[in-house]
Design a protein around this ligand. Structure first.
Ligand code: TNX
Length: 530
């Protein structure tokens, strides 16, 4: 808290000082009055919604409040239970979930309806008056996104356990829907391994800001992190270490299911990545036959890139990939599988092209849609395949020429592993420093000349973990930048500007504190030390 001790005033200025004292008192009480009547439009929502219409009055959540859902809709019931559990932690109220159509007051109603004209599956509206909070959407995912807004309409302490009320929400209405269909974050669990609970906390953050994709970077030179039953040494040996020589680890298929279920409950699709043909030392060390010389290299615990490659002209390589993608597809309910394809500096270019073409066929054979880093555009892409732009504008343009849609992850803006500035204790800076304003101030649809909004599926912010070892480290790198990337993906361009965002973010700090998040308090957001 601010704790500035004023110097003792000189006698001659006493008169002036007592006047200013009253002026300050007056302003302070005016602010207070404004605070208590704070209307909806003064709340600091991130991402900013399409429209907010304030009204007079307020709804109060009390122990008499109940949550109502459409009769017999189990998905809605699950969401209602999620809301009830969330509210119980802080308020202590045990809000029942009811399955009736009729309510008159003390009601939070979650309603699926197609009468509100939403074309977007994640769109929702919230209407609040003294008696009812009504959240409406076409699809359950829209209701879920609306509940994330509801969280931010409540006092910040709603994020903390066992708090005192009152739990009031100002009256009015909100209409909201996303700008891009793909809004994601990536977590690299290969360079350093993170346990299921850490991944869940990451997912919770992603959900909080209405993102809908979690890209898991599951394999790299330093470790293979997903159990493949037909090739067990991948995890037994290839998962046994990490950057710096620590213990490593891996997800069993049951662990992976637990992650997917947790994400699905939040309407988040998990996208698994097996990076190839480069970034494969952990696999090459586990199975000598995947190397052209049949010799397994040692496990690797450094941070270099570009030195490993699958042997692209061996049949066993494709048998291996078929098995891996097959098992992964079977345990992945989502649409996409990411095949990496970046920085394959040890693969001959022609071999690389043939390799990606073949792997693409394998992905589609198993019923999934392929995503790869922007280098994959060197191959013959199917139109459905998605290209993740990270470094090369030429590659991005090449992908678009092949009618492949883009996920925008420009390293200079969207890489959450970049240091904020030269004093950041964690992170790299090969793509530059990414201060909070730098991360926010860009527009996916004008970032690369020649690429328009129609070419873009959405936005993703990756967190590579060469320097990141704990959930505390993760939080420091992603907060507050993650909230800005979420707003870039969700909110309308016309509503986005740094000044507005900066103020909302500053007011959002108390919510991050209530969420017990270890975040970077940037000078560009508030010049004084908070
Ligand atoms: C580049 S981004 C990589 C990763 C590193 C990252 C570190 C990309 C497709 N490849 O292998 O972890 O830089 O910032």
């Amino acid at each position: 808290m601010k704790n500035t001790i004023q110097p003792k005033p000189k006698d001659s200025s006493r008169y002036l000082i007592s006047i200013s004292f009253f002026v300050i008192l007056f302003i302070a009480s005016a602010c207070q009055a404004q605070l208590t009547s704070k209307d909806l439009s003064q709340l600091n929502l991130i991402p900013i919604p399409v429209a907010i219409t304030p009204d007079v009055g307020a709804f109060e959540i009390t122990d008499r409040t109940a949550i109502y859902v459409n009769k017999g809709d189990t998905q809605l019931e699950d969401i209602a239970n999620y809301l009830s559990e969330f509210l119980q932690k802080s308020t202590g109220f045990n809000l029942p979930v009811k399955n009736v159509d009729q309510f008159s007051k003390d009601a939070i109603s979650l309603e699926l309806t197609n009468s509100n004209g939403f074309k977007n599956p994640e769109g929702y509206s919230i209407n609040i008056n003294n008696d009812v909070i009504k959240i409406q959407a076409n699809e359950p995912q829209g209701i879920f996104r609306g509940i994330q807004t509801l969280r931010q309409l409540l006092p910040a302490r709603i994020e903390q356990e066992s708090q005192k009320g009152p739990w009031t929400i100002a009256s009015g209405s909100i209409l909201d829907y996303p700008q891009y269909e793909y809004r994601g974050a990536m977590l690299d669990v290969s360079r350093h391994f993170f346990a299921v609970d850490d991944v869940k906390r990451f997912i919770h953050f992603v959900a909080t800001y209405k993102m809908n994709k979690l890209h898991l970077h599951l394999s790299d030179d330093q470790g293979w992190r997903i159990e493949i039953k037909s090739w067990p040494k991948l995890t037994e040996y290839g998962g046994s270490t990490e950057v710096g020589g620590g213990e490593g680890g891996y997800f069993t298929q049951e662990d992976y299911k637990e992650i997917i279920d947790y994400a699905q409950e939040r309407y988040i699709e998990v996208i698994p990545e097996i990076d190839m043909p480069g970034h494969t030392n952990a696999a090459l060390a586990s199975y000598p036959e995947l190397n052209c010389n049949d010799e397994a290299p040692d496990l690797y615990t450094g941070t270099e890139v570009g030195f490993s490659s699958f042997c692209t002209d061996k049949e066993v390589t494709y048998k291996f990939i078929d098995d891996v993608i097959g098992e992964l597809a079977a345990i992945t309910p989502g649409k996409y599988i990411h095949i990496g394809g970046d920085e394959s500096h040890s693969t001959d270019k022609e071999d690389y092209i043939q390799f990606i073409n073949k792997v693409q066929d394998i992905v589609y054979k198993h019923g999934k849609t392929m995503i790869g880093w922007d280098e994959i555009q060197n191959a013959q892409l199917r139109k459905e395949s998605v290209t993740q732009f990270w470094a090369s504008e030429e590659n991005a343009l090449g992908a678009v020429k092949q009618e492949s849609k883009l996920i925008m992850s420009p390293a200079k803006k969207a890489y959450m592993d970049m240091q904020y500035d030269s004093n950041s204790p964690l992170g790299l800076h090969w793509a530059g420093y990414i201060e909070v304003d730098t991360g926010y101030n860009w527009n996916p649809s004008s970032y690369v000349k020649g690429i328009t909004k129609d070419d873009i599926l959405g936005v993703e912010a990756p967190l590579w973990t060469e320097t990141i070892q704990t959930i505390n480290d993760i939080e420091y790198m992603i907060f507050p930048r993650l909230a800005g990337f979420a707003e870039i993906g969700w909110s309308q361009d016309s509503l986005r500007n740094w000044e507005s965002y900066k103020n909302r973010l500053l007011n959002h700090y108390e919510r991050l504190e209530a969420m017990d998040v270890n975040f970077y308090k940037s000078k560009v957001v508030a010049s004084e030390k908070l």
